[in-house]
Design a binder for this molecule. Sequence first.
Ligand code: PEP
Ligand code: CO
Length: 450
Amino acid sequence: MRDSWTPRSWRAFRAEQQPRYDDPGELEKALGKLASLPPLVTSWEIERLKSQLAEAAWGKRFLLQGGACAESFEGCRADVITNKLKILLQMSLVLTYGLKRQIIRVGRFAGQYAKPRSSDTETRDGVTLPSYRGELVNGIAFDQKSRRPDPWRLLRGYEHSALTLNFIRALVEGGFADLHHPEYWDLDFVAHATRAREYQQMVEKISDSLNFMETLAGIQAGQISRVDFFCSHEALVLPYEEAQTRQVPHKEGYFNLSTHFPWIGMRTADPGGAHVQYCRGIRNPLGIKIGPQMTRDWLMDLMEQLNPEREEGRITLIHRMGHLKVEKLLPPLVEAVIDSGHPVLWSCDPMHGNTETTSTGVKTRRFENILSELEMSFRIHHEMGSFLGGVHFELSGDNVTECIGGARGLKEVDLERAYESLVDPRLNYEQSLEMALNIARSLSLINGGG
Ligand code: PEP
Ligand code: CO
């Protein structure tokens, strides 16, 4: 029952993927402090995002969600944050051009500090320690002290989120939107792309449209409309989420005020589990990752639990099937949603179903497989009378070498050059921009072709 829900009711249910803290008193102290600190986001922002997501579900807008697999405290730096905003902004402009729709920009940032793991422990050379669960929980170094889940890290996670968000808000208010202009983009890679000519033309047209718009309005593009960025993270470590879940004056219900857009990961989407029971009661829009194991009944159960009132903008289903499986596994789920009449926004995460390990044991993903899952997904939705209204990437605004392929033709041997991710491999700056050019191209083809 919604009525009897409280931010702590999840505690009566089975909670997967939780750190095991060895000192409950210390944990309560850290949580008490966290609960006393001001929120990171506001309910107005959350509601604005929800109404924009509702519009994306019927094609008025398009969702671009992206960022690191896991943020690190070390990566809470001006250059890293600026570059991440820059790539998201540039991708969104390419998408606006190709889709003729406004883009909702959501970062996997300012709180993406916790990771689900396949095992609770890790063993190396006969030594077994708790698995690394992200900076919110423990440290990555393989020693007893680092791997001990430390409750005070919950506070450090909150603080790093606040620092990140503070800088993002300042950039957004300032002259950052200059980066709209392709003159400021690093486009050298385009010359190496198979579709170099086509991409060059797209970029020229984007530049022309901006100049035209600015001349017409007599002001700079950045001033015409404020560039919004929302933040998101996986709602994984439930005591953290609980401590930032609040009521606000003159509004019913509770909001998770640590982020605009929490999502439920694939490993914690059990309808009877604690994560779903927690998310049921908050008013934020929710993402749900759906992977190859998802069934029609399971999905419908989630819909009924999480959106019994069928509120628009509430649910974004983020499918991540993998390029080899999407064609078979996605259609029954799309059909189930159509039959049920549930309002959802569909988004595609083409990263998590396409992870592979090289012969030397490095986790990577191939540009062509990522793109292929995306293109198939757009087509499947289109053919079924559904609509793919968003994309979800793990990306970096820097020149990392974690994914194979793209215009520069990154190969396995290149991976060691700048592999920085603590967890999953991300598209780098050029690969991300090239991905956006590809999406814009295929979507203008789909739309143009009716
Ligand atoms: C992630 O988004 O980093 C993740 C772990 O995804 P999933 O839950 O889809 O595996
Ligand atoms: Co990941």
